[in-house]
Every structure is written in structure tokens, then in C-alpha cells.
Design a protein. Sequence first.
Length: 341
Amino acid sequence: MDRSYQVYAHTVRILVLLLMLSGFLSCSKQNVVEEDYWVKIDDLAIGQAEVMIYAYQVYDEFINIGGENVWEFEDFSGGKSASEVARDAVLKNIVRIKTIQKKADEFRIELSEEQKTASKTQGTKYYEQLPENFKQEHGITEERVHHVFLEFARASGVYNDLTSDLTPDEDTIRQLMLENRDYRQLVETGPKDLLTQIQVQEIFIPLDADDTPEEVLNGKAFEELIDMYHQGEEILFTYTKTTIPEAFEAELTNLEVGEISQVIRVDQGAYLFKLIEIIEPSTEELKEFDKNFMEFETELRKKIINTLKSEHFDLVYEEWRRNTSVEINREQWGNVDFEFE
């Protein structure tokens, strides 16, 4: 189902960004009894508490995006239920972070005291918002949450180390910016055309009217026709060049104030317009538009550059991932669920 797939795709994307870019810190080795591990990444055994910290993050994001009923989807994506898809996301995130930790060690990514303090603060806040029964059931301690948040921060450090000096090609950036429909429209249409308002009175003559549009118009004033044929309470409509329906554009953009349009036929009937006023933007409005456009352009450019950097990092990560072994304790992994309330 399309909606379900979009929820899943968006959820995984947000989770990856969360785990990659969070500014969290603090590092310590875990002690997991061999027979109690839930998943192994290379020779690192990961137990219940840490797995369920990741699970709660996935749970939180699924709820935020798909609502409380998201878990009711039995065929959420690829024949899998929402819980199965979420469980896959938990594993994917754990593998990603642990794989990057190895590279953090190789690259000797160290955290400043300020970063460690920030990580601990964020970890404490996160720990405090977890339900008490959830923490008790899965043995989640504040120290364990600090450990997880530290690894998020170190992963962010690896990401920054590999992408900070990456400068995407300007032609590529420009091309991707123009693929944004809103930006392309703003670039292709002048500010004055975008802001100029065209106010018209509108008459709609349905196909099942007793008379044809030409017979209706014969000898009648426009105001009289409004009383006869306008639908609803609104008779005055405001358009801009970019919001005029395509069927009306050629006629409305060539009218003079006070002029009545030709009959415009559509599948449902016919329209007739009278141009009441053209309101052009003030100098202040044009300046404000330019300011807002520049802010939008700057943010869009940053977003695209970050996307290109992420894509570059993902290619590198996939190579690392191929050299990482993953062993799942199927008996324990089946206990990953999302019934936290």
C-alpha cells in the first residue's frame, strides 16, 4: 500500500539521520553475558537493554509519523507487518552505528569534554522520558543510555570527518535545486507576476442550464447574470499568474479592468468573468519577497548539499558494511516488540 510504504520510507530516513547526526556523546564498553546476547556485530555482543533502547526510538518515530494505529498494518511493506518492518529498522540502525564505531576507533575520533557533557545531558533527558515499566522490564539504566548516545556522537564525528571537506559540483547543485517545483516556479516567474493579484467576478453556467451560454448572455447585464447563476456565497475571486487555472489563463491575463471575458467552456459547463481590479505589489512587498526568496534559496541549497554528502557517506558505509558480520540470536530477537504503553 502506497501510504504505508511512504510512512516506512520516511521513518527509516528520519531514523538514519537521527542516528547519524545527533550531537550525543559518552563511551564505555558493555558487558553482555555470551548466552544473553540478542545480536552480535563482529565479535561485539549486544544485549536486551541496548537493543530495546534502539527499539523505543523506532517505536517513537513510527508513532510520530504513522499515528497510534500504525501497528495495525498487517501488510505494511513487502508483505511484512508494521512490527516486522520496525524490527528490521532496529537491526539496521544497530548494525550501522556499531559498524561506524569501528571506524571511529580507526580514525581515532575523540570527543571533547564539552561534547561528553552535552551527550550525558541529552542521554539523561532521554532516559527520564522512557516509561518506568519499560526500563525495569528490559534492564535499561541511565548509564546504558549514555553509552548509546555516546556512540551516536562518535558516528556523527565519523560522518563529519568524511564529509566536511566534500564540495559537491555546482552544476549538480543547481540542477537539483531546479528539480524542486516551488523553487523552479519562483525562478521562472518574476516577483511582480507572482504577487500581482487579479480580482474577478465569476459566473458558472452548468451544462444542464435551460439556455445555452450564448442565449443566457443575450441582452443581460453581467450583474443580472450573477444573481441568476453564481454558486455559493463568493462571487469575487482573486488569482495570481501562478494560481489561475490553465483553462482560464489565456482569457483572464488579456482582460482590461471592467472588461467581460469570452465564454470559457469546460467539461462541466461554461464560465464567464468580469475583471474587477488588478492589484500590483508595493515596493515593500517586493523587498519582503526578495528577502524570503533568498532565505528559501539558501536553505534549499544547504539541504541539497547535505543530501549529496549523505549519499556520498552512504556509499562509503556500504563498503564498510560488507566487511561486517552480523549474527542474530533468533530466540531472543523474537522478543523485540513495540507494545510499550
